[in-house]
Ligand binder design. Structure first.
Ligand code: LLP
Length: 382
């Protein structure tokens, strides 16, 4: 999607505005499907990254599965046509009524996060259910501590001893079918090594308990390049991880979120004005942390591109900020950019994952609109 399209979108729909490039999303699906072509492979899109109905609908048509973590997400994917057999249920604290419904509907897999959750599930088994166990392999994903999930200290999954006990218990219950193992060690992972450590230890674990894994779900986590040149090297991933996956001889599921959608979207915003103080220059945008919380929450650095003529413009070093009453409402600090004028547009990049999905009503500033670019035209999304 080029900058003219983004300016068109801003002029036609007003700002702030999320603009999604749908062909990009479809291309990502093709890339990952092609990479895993020698496996019985299923992409289960992590809905938490983006629950936009038009995006989900395109994913539905592509044949992908989905991973959901709440009733809200479950109902959203059901409403765009995903049948229960294409839905994987995650989440570390599933409610009883949620489990009850997932069992009744017959989802592809309920990924059990704890021994306690297994006991809870047993109380609602109105019919047979397929389950997987989320193991926590105690691996450092080398990512931001808020989005690392595969360490013993994290609240997610179970250690191998607990997993063994769960396997025993599930084996003795005729209503439960253990289809496999699940792990998700973190998000925005840019090194292959943590994945390798995880799959190797899970392989030994499965062997040690004599578990024939039908479905091995490796979660998501593939890191993208937000502008610092670091992303997960897929060729290295293929070389190091595929041989181990082949040994499993099972179906492979990946619950990718960020890698599929993050680079597909821009948050287009209008410059309200430029404030100059004795020590700083602030570029004030009409969007802030309530529309994109990643910089405030994880110190994430998203590129910001000017959608105005930069030739001949003075370069400034500015803090790019929003209108929210918090100092954390800062997208970039000391960011070098061509000085914008009031009313000109900028685009914040790579916001398709955990952007709109994490937006809030704080300060009662309305949420941005969402617009889809389908390769030919722009349309307002639901
Ligand atoms: N599967 C499970 C069980 C997960 O918990 C997650 C993400 C995914 C898959 C998808 O991971 P991905 O492929 O998108 O990395 N809000 C944070 C990211 C939180 C990720 C939570 N779990 C951020 O903006 O960086």
């Amino acid at each position: 999607m080029d900058s003219h399209t983004l300016v068109d979108a801003a002029m036609s729909f007003g700002t702030p505005l999320y603009v999604y490039d749908l062909p990009f999303v479809l291309q990502r699906i093709s890339v990952v499907t092609e990479l895993f072509k020698d496996f019985d492979f299923h992409l289960a899109f992590a809905v938490k990254a983006n629950f936009n109905k038009d995006i989900l609908s395109a994913l539905e048509k592509s044949g992908a599965m989905v991973d959901v973590v709440s009733f809200g997400e479950y109902n959203q994917v059901r409403s765009v046509g995903f049948t229960p057999d294409r839905i994987i249920v995650n989440g570390n604290c599933k409610k009883k009524e949620e489990l009850d419904k997932y069992v009744q509907d017959g989802v592809f897999s309920i990924n059990l996060d704890s021994y306690e959750e297994l006991l809870r599930l047993e109380t609602v088994l109105s019919r047979p259910a397929r389950v997987s166990i989320r193991v926590n392999p105690d691996v450092d994903a080398k990512t931001h501590r808020h989005i690392a999930t595969g360490l013993r200290e994290n609240k997610f999954g179970v250690d191998f001893d607990t997993a063994s006990a769960m396997i025993e218990r599930i084996r003795s219950n005729k209503m439960l079918e253990l289809i496999g193992l699940h792990c998700h060690i973190g998000s925005q992972i840019t090194e292959v090594e943590p994945y390798l450590e995880a799959v190797v230890s899970i392989k030994y674990f499965a062997r040690s308990v004599g578990l024939r894994v039908q479905v091995f779900n490796l979660g998501g986590g593939w890191g993208i390049d937000y502008g610092n040149g670091k992303s997960l090297d897929l060729e290295e991933y293929r070389q190091k991880i595929f041989p181990i996956l082949k040994e499993f001889g099972s179906a492979i599921v990946l619950e990718l979120g960020r890698w599929i959608v993050a680079p597909s979207a821009y948050l287009v915003s209008k410059v309200e004005y430029v404030k100059k103080t004795a020590s700083k220059i602030f570029v004030m945008l009409d969007t802030g942390m309530t529309h994109l919380i990643r910089p405030a929450l994880y110190g994430a650095k998203h590129k910001i591109i000017p959608l105005y003529e930069t030739k001949g413009r003075k370069k400034i070093k500015a803090d790019v900020v929003g209108p929210i009453c918090e100092s954390a409402d800062t997208f970039r600090k000391s960011y070098t950019m061509a000085e914008p004028k009031e009313g000109e547009f900028v685009a914040i990049c790579d916001v398709g994952a955990y952007g709109y999905a994490m937006a809030s009503d704080y300060n009662l500033i309305p949420k941005p609109k969402e617009v889809i670019w389908d390769g030919k035209k722009l349309f307002r999304s639901s």
